[in-house]
Design a binder for this molecule. Structure first.
Ligand SMILES: O=CC(=O)O
Length: 313
């Protein structure tokens, strides 16, 4: 498959770059001094795009590539890809579900513990020598707290299972009630937030779920409530989140994602009830390799006329 031109949108793990290069002619968009010129110059030959959760293909890019056949995304979230345009143009879209579910769910639990038990703050306490002057203050118990989950898909379900092991009552919001789960369903996020102590965002980002966590929801979660976001930044109204935390209307937050990554509101840096991660939900060697294998496997399948491994479209 040496002669197939694949446009890679941003740097990814070297294993993925190497595996792609062994099979395809990889064009690295980020190395081009002028991106739109680069796309134009190669538009007659590019047949595939490799995207990720932060770098996708918008309508303009898709329109600019008349020979484009497939977008293979190194992510489960495809909100940066204009899927509607792909459908219209007959461009296939693949993503990397399942292989990353455990990793993201583990991190959600890690964030809950980090916020409630102040793990980052207490680590700093030891390193700075403050322990010698007195014990660290008391924190908050996780076991038994009610966990509300927005979006009970693969990842939401994996978080629920883990939280159950901490004896947490689980409730959830999703567009429709899931028939085969014992977890309590609330038909609105507001009701969910009013009835849980830890609210976890685990749904995909769409026009409907943008700012699904707004001021009202944060107020309902309240000064003892904790918000965990391992979904996408725009799920949460970020300026409202900052003011809710600064004003003490919300008890704490554990965030892996932000509205304008890698920009993070500086007001959050001084808050000890907030744990900030740099969008690392899937970022382990094991999971990123499994994702890379799917990205390559989907392209290989497509160009050998075999069924796609994990098609979205
Ligand atoms: O954010 C990560 C993903 O969508 O896989």
């Amino acid at each position: 498959m040496e002669s197939i031109d694949v446009l890679m949108l941003c740097p990814m793990i070297s294993y993925l770059e190497q595996e792609l290069q062994r099979r395809f002619n990889v064009l690295k968009l980020w190395t081009a001094p002028e991106k739109s010129r680069f796309i134009k110059d190669n538009s007659a030959t590019i047949r595939a795009i490799v995207a990720d959760g932060s770098h996708g293909a918008d309508a303009k890019m898709i329109e600019a590539l008349p020979r484009l056949e497939i977008v293979s995304s190194n992510s489960v979230g495809v909100d940066k890809i204009d899927v509607k345009k792909c459908r219209e143009k007959g461009v296939r879209v693949t993503y990397t579900p399942d292989v990353l579910t455990d990793e993201v769910a583990d991190l959600a639990i890690g964030l809950i513990l980090a916020v409630l038990r102040r793990l980052c703050e207490s680590d700093r306490y030891v390193r700075s020598g403050k322990w010698k002057k007195g014990d660290f203050r008391l924190t908050t118990k996780f076991t038994g707290k009610t966990v509300g989950i927005i979006g009970l898909g693969r990842i939401g379900m994996a978080i629920a299972k883990r939280a159950e092991a901490f004896n947490c009552p689980i409730c959830y919001y999703s567009r429709t009630e899931k028939p085969d789960t014992k977890y309590k369903y609330y038909p609105s996020v507001l009701e969910l937030a009013s009835n849980c102590q830890i609210l976890v965002v685990a749904c995909s980002l769409t026009a409907e779920t943008r700012h699904i966590v707004n001021r009202e929801v944060m107020n309902a979660l309240g000064p003892k409530g904790v918000l965990i976001n391992i979904g996408r930044g725009p799920h949460v109204d970020e300026p409202e989140l900052v003011s809710a935390l600064v004003e003490g209307r919300l008890g704490g937050a554990g965030l892996d994602v932000y509205e304008h990554e890698p920009e993070v509101p500086e007001e959050l840096f001084g808050l000890e009830n907030v744990v900030l991660l740099p969008h690392v939900g899937t970022a382990t060697v094991e999971t990123r390799k499994a994702m890379a294998d799917l990205v390559v496997g989907n392209l290989e399948a497509h160009f050998s006329n075999k069924p796609l491994l994990t098609p979205l479209l």
